[in-house]
Design a protein around this ligand. Structure first.
Ligand code: NAP
Length: 538
């Protein structure tokens, strides 16, 4: 490792900063540390960069935030030079972009691939972290920066007999790099969240027969993806800084164009007109048609009714249409964005297996038993999601002051200050951690916000001769209460979803992200401007 032993402080530690994960967050964090003249190393489990966009290479994987917004803005030349080809980028194009960024900024030599961080413990005497990898190596670092992603710890349900299945079995979040041959085969997809909804239409085109195992129907809106118009791209680039600034002022940090009216004041004709406009425009802006769709159950119901009607128009078999129709709030469980999902069920080779009529009992060597009979299968795709926001952090055995583990500290739910700092765990930062806007915002600007904040904080520490920074228990308690209070002003927490951890058995029910990107940025900046209020510096 080229930077080893070049600690700016000369205190005998291996690195100033160890960064875990080489996705959007880890790459920018590494660039930030290098630019500040610090010695830093990224540890990455995969054999390439990309994080989420490295692992989720299943057919149909695509971002549902527009390409011109789902990209870095820290370097003007980079954002001017890179040409996106589609309104919503495919997984492959985002991965190429991240590989380009890695080489453009000379990051690759500072990334240790195929290396998983298994444990980290804070040494109270030296003020450093001791970090262990699964190949038995141990390094020391002043800062430990967890850039481990919000949706990276895969969730695989325990289903009896899964190991005995003789066909091909893959999780969408760990798709084999050489793909899976489904041509003419009998294929099952378990799960109908964003991943299942993206992969199913693609598999249906190739498979002999596709069986979609659905436990809960999901709301989905069309992406209306298309090639990115060159003139549109040029116009945005001509005012990119203003375009980005405008996005940052919006609730999710994305330019959805939040409707000014209340859904409750609109008559039936206006509701239909507005929702139809959004449906035709495509994407997540659908739930921004009126400003209050997440404020009350009644307002939300207007949008949900519109999509329910769409499902019954698109799906020809009324029984299948009804089985695909959610009778829940819309968007409180993450809204899905698709390319022909509902229409897929009009194909003759596609069968919806409604698990509410009979649950999955077990796997056999040749299929899945549902409601007492076997669905014979050659391939099973697990689109069963993630242990979101906390999973990737808790799967590393992190020990803070007094040997207290993060698992113990978070036994009743995650507690952070500003989403990135944890009392009792000094000099540790989690990029887009629980209690930050993260998954309820455009993740790339959210990542840049956190990385910039951490970079500024470390520069402040260097300037003032501080070795250790730690959130105070009081500041953390207040932040946790504030995150919860803001969440409960909305209707988000009413629904079961991975936002509240209810998809993982035994996970404490806590609303995980912070609602409101602009407020978050303001609060974080204020803390820094006032000399890191809510922190102890020594
Ligand atoms: P998810 O939304 O958590 O969906 C998991 C699915 O698996 C659900 O339908 C769930 O059913 C089902 N499931 C879990 N255990 C099951 C079991 N034992 N039996 C039957 N069904 C089971 O996960 P995801 O689809 O991977 O998406 C996660 C998040 O990643 C998304 O919400 C989004 O934020 C992000 N993502 C984004 C994109 C994009 O940008 N377009 C694409 C993919 C993912 P229940 O609902 O009944 O629990």
């Amino acid at each position: 490792m080229s930077e080893q032993g070049h600690s700016a402080e000369g205190r005998g530690r291996d690195f100033d900063a160890v960064i875990v994960g080489a996705g959007f967050a880890g790459l920018y964090m590494l660039h930030k540390m290098k630019s500040a003249g610090l010695s830093a190393c990224v540890f990455e489990t995969g054999d390439g960069v990309g994080g989420t966009w490295y692992w989720n290479s299943y057919p149909g994987a695509r971002c549902d935030v527009p390409s011109m917004e789902y990209s870095y803005q820290f370097d003007e030349d980079l954002q001017q030079e890179w040409e996106w080809t589609e309104r919503y980028s495919s997984q492959g194009e985002i991965l190429s972009y991240l590989e380009h960024v890695t080489d453009r900024f000379g990051l690759r030599p500072h990334i240790r691939f195929n290396t998983k961080v298994s444990a980290a413990s804070f040494n109270e005497e030296s003020g450093d972290w001791a970090i262990e990898t699964d190949d038995g190596d141990q390094v020391s670092s002043q800062f430990l920066i967890m850039a481990t992603g919000c949706l990276s710890a895969r969730f695989t349900p325990e289903i009896e007999g899964m190991d005995s299945f003789e066909g091909a079995l893959a999780h969408t979040g760990n798709w084999p790099k050489d793909g899976i041959d489904v041509a003419g085969k009998r294929v099952g997809v378990i799960g109908t969240g964003s991943s299942g909804i993206q992969v199913a239409p693609m598999l249906a085109r190739e498979a002999g027969e596709l069986f979609v195992f659905q436990r809960s129907p999901a709301f989905s809106v069309p992406s209306q993806n298309k090639p990115l118009d060159a003139a549109e791209q040029k116009a945005i680039k001509a005012r990119y800084a203003d375009f980005r600034a405008e996005a940052k002022r919006s609730r999710a940090g994305i330019l959805y164009g939040l409707g000014e009216g209340s859904a409750l004041d609109a008559d039936a004709a206006l509701l239909k007109e507005e929702f139809e406009k959004r449906w035709q425009a495509g994407g997540l802006g659908f739930t921004a048609a009126f400003h209050d769709l997440f404020d009350t159950v009644e307002a939300n119901g207007t949008a949900a009714d519109f999509v329910r009607d769409k499902i019954s128009e698109i799906v020809k078999d009324p029984e299948v249409a009804e089985a695909l129709t959610p009778h829940t709030l819309i968007g409180c469980k993450r809204l899905c964005v698709d390319a022909g999902y509902y229409d897929t069920f009009n194909r003759e080779n596609v069968t919806l297996v409604d698990l509410r009529k009979g649950a999955i009992e077990r796997f056999t060597g040749t299929g899945i038993i549902v409601g007492g009979s076997e669905v014979p299968l050659d391939v099973v795709v697990l689109a069963t999601g993630f242990d979101a926001l906390t999973g990737a952090l808790l799967r590393v055995d992190i020990k803070g002051r007094g040997g207290v583990t993060l698992k113990e500290k978070w036994s009743e739910g995650p507690k952070t200050y500003l989403g990135h700092s944890i009392s009792g765990f000094p000099n540790l930062f989690a990029i887009t951690g629980p209690g930050s806007p993260s998954v309820l915002s455009n993740l790339v600007p959210s990542i840049e916000q956190d990385v910039d904040w951490v970079g500024r904080c470390i520069a402040h520490m260097r300037e003032h001769g501080h070795q250790v920074i730690e959130a105070t228990p009081d500041a953390e308690e207040e932040w946790v209460a504030h995150v919860s209070e803001v969440a409960h002003r909305s209707i988000y927490p009413l629904e079961d979803s991975w936002y509240v951890g209810s998809n993982v058995p035994g996970k404490p029910r806590v609303f995980l992200p912070y609602i409101g990107f602009p407020d978050f940025v303001e609060r974080c900046n204020k803390v820094a401007d006032q000399g890191y209020t809510g922190y102890g510096l020594s």
